[in-house]
Design a protein around this ligand. Structure first.
Ligand code: ADP
Ligand code: MG
Ligand code: ZN
Length: 445
């Protein structure tokens, strides 16, 4: 019996105004190639980088949301490699003194544990560090084009321990991270635009074996949750089958071929890469005071799990609806806006939740007022049908002879109590004005 061992590396581009080490705009998407560059992000000799403070704060916010320890001392290092996507010949990154370490997050349990009733699993976060993105290469025919607009856009890398046991956990983790980035407001984390990128490291070992396997297969350049899940499942199966046949697995980097629905080898590592990391001499060491970190932590925007809890407790909506409503930060905000308006118009949060979840409203097309009006109309419309109301009214009259007698004796205000009974029977959905008219006409016969 074999079990998979999987670790995840996630890269996320921050939505800061400027790049990581210069003042060029970091908003490069769809811009004319090489129009947002300067000597620093082009790596020209003599240029000097400086640190983007906002990016450092955003990176720490991510670390805090993932229960990390924030380092009091942190510094950048050069990761040296030769490839045209970085003009400097190295990437400024972090290896030995990352901004955040030792975090964790709760995700769905592996499928086989979920069926035994386990509710969550904890994934340990090894590190959250700050680095810079590379330029973008476009290969066309025998030519390769380089666009440096993306070069040095702030990039945060989040590395887990190899704690994942199957693809469902990976999907849940990736979705939760994306949700966290959006709630923190540090990135849109749009996978199609390359703002969020996943890499999975996969190996398999005998159940009960304690050490990590000596190899790992790295899945790279997979730009959707769905493809990642497919690639991971394929790889687990392939590796187990290979080991069962007595084959030896090797360290390699693979991609996903969606047409063939299989992984393919990109690179087989003969030995570990040597990036000759060393501290970046052009940037100062960073030091953070405890009070500054505490400050950042206490000012963290509300996170998805807090919002979920709040929706359930404060508004009394059920967990599955609350999950849908808090999945997206904008939807959650819109819902809160509706609840505020609803309060003034006597519409319950629960009814608004039902409406939003069932109708999947197009946020752009309906104004909050229209939606509240619609909910009210739907509610009254539900039972404004005369024959239906008459049926309930007749039931109420025959079941409450004493009230009827009181009414006939001249105490007509008792009709309010009868209306109340009708409302109770219809769970508050009857049109009260109509009920009154119907009751009166029946009582006055
Ligand atoms: P690199 O940059 O060389 O990929 P990192 O340390 O950044 O190295 O990332 C290594 C990732 O691989 C981590 O997520 C780690 O948990 C995972 N990992 C390490 N060993 C194994 C293994 N034997 N099987 C699966 N994943 C592993
Ligand atoms: Mg890696
Ligand atoms: Zn620049």
């Amino acid at each position: 019996m074999y079990e998979p061992v999987i670790g995840l590396e996630v890269h996320v581009e921050l939505n800061t105004k400027s790049k990581m080490f210069c003042r060029c705009s970091a908003d490069y998407f769809g811009k004319k190639p090489n129009t947002q560059t300067c000597p620093v992000c082009l790596g020209l000799p003599g240029s000097l980088p400086y640190i983007n403070k906002q990016a450092i704060e955003d990176c720490m916010k991510i670390g805090l949301a993932l229960n990390c320890e924030i380092s009091k001392k942190s510094l950048f290092e050069r990761k040296n490699y030769f490839y045209p996507d970085l003009a400097k010949g190295y990437q400024i990154s972090q290896l030995r003194w990352p901004l955040c370490i030792k975090g964790w997050i709760e995700v769905d349990p592996p499928s086989h544990k979920a069926s035994e009733g386990q509710e969550t699993s904890r994934i340990r976060i090894n590190r959250v560090h700050q680095e810079e993105d590379t330029g973008k290469l476009t290969h066309s025919g025998s030519e390769t084009l380089i666009d440096f607009n993306r070069s040095s856009v702030p990039l945060v890398e989040i590395v887990t321990e190899p704690d994942f046991k199957d693809s469902s956990q990976i999907k849940d983790y990736a979705k939760k991270l994306q949700q966290i980035f959006r709630y923190l407001g540090v990135s849109d984390a749009d996978m199609e635009k390359g703002q969020m990128r996943l890499e999975a490291n996969i190996s398999v070992r005998k159940v009960g074996q304690k050490q990590l396997p000596a190899y790992r297969v790295e899945l790279k350049n997979i730009n959707s949750f769905r493809f990642m899940v497919a690639a991971v499942e394929y790889e687990i199966k392939r590796q187990i089958e290979a080991l069962e046949k007595g084959e030896k697995l090797v360290q390699e980097t693979k991609g996903w071929n969606e047409d063939k629905k299989q992984t393919f080898t990109q690179r087989v590592k003969e030995e570990a890469n040597d990036y000759r990391y060393f501290p970046e001499p052009d940037l100062p060491e960073m030091q953070f005071e405890e009070s500054k970190i505490k400050d950042l932590e206490s000012n963290l925007p509300e996170l998805p799990w807090k919002k979920l809890e709040q929706f359930i407790e404060k508004y009394g909506i059920n967990e599955s609806s609350a999950r849908i409503l808090t999945e997206d930060k904008d939807l959650a905000g819109f819902f809160e806006q509706l609840v505020e308006l609803g309060k003034k118009e006597g519409v319950l949060a629960k009814d608004i939740a039902n409406y939003v979840v069932n109708q999947k409203i197009d946020l752009l097309n309906d104004s909050p007022q229209q939606i509240i009006d619609d909910i009210k109309a739907k509610k009254t419309n539900l039972i404004s049908d005369d024959s239906q109301l008459e049926k309930v009214a007749k039931e109420v009259i025959s079941e409450n002879p004493q009230m009827v007698e009181t009414y006939k004796k001249g105490k007509v205000t008792i009709i309010q109590a009868l209306i109340g009974v009708v409302m109770k029977k219809t769970a508050g959905k009857a049109d009260a004005t109509k009920v009154k008219i119907i009751l009166e006409s029946l009582l006055n016969l």
